[in-house]
Design a protein around this ligand. Sequence first.
Ligand code: CO
Length: 140
Amino acid sequence: MIGKLNHVGVATPSIDEAVKLYRDVLGATSIGEKFSMPEQGVWVCFVNLPNSQIELIEPYGEASPIHGFLAKNPSGGQHHVCFEVEDIIAARDDMRAKGATVLGTGEPRIGAHGTPVIFVHPKNMGGVLVELMETPKGAH
Ligand code: CO
C-alpha cells in the first residue's frame, strides 16, 4: 500500500550548514529555499535529487519537537522516512487496524508539501519514524 519514497527527513542544528554539505560536498544542484512551519516547530529545506528528496529540518522555537532529537544527536541525523499513500485517512485507519501507533491525535496535518500527513511511531516500524503523506493530486 505504500507508494514512492517521497523523502528522507534529516534533522540538523543548522540548515545553512547542512545545505553547504549537500551542495558543496555531495554536489546537489537543486536546493529549495528554507521556510518555516511554526505550527510544527520546524524550519524546512528540500534538497531535490533525481529520484527523491532530502528534507532538512531545523528547530523553530523553544517548543520544537526536534530539540529532543538533537539533544541525543547533537550534529544531526536521519530523523524519518516519508512514503506516499493514495488516501491518508484510509492509510491511518489501516495502520491502526494493524496495531500501529499513529502519533498525536491521529488527525492528519498539512505537511511541508501541502498535503495531509501522519506519523507512525518507530516502535511499530522497526525503529524508524515513518511519515505517510498523501500523494499530491496531479503528481506523477
Ligand atoms: Co517529512
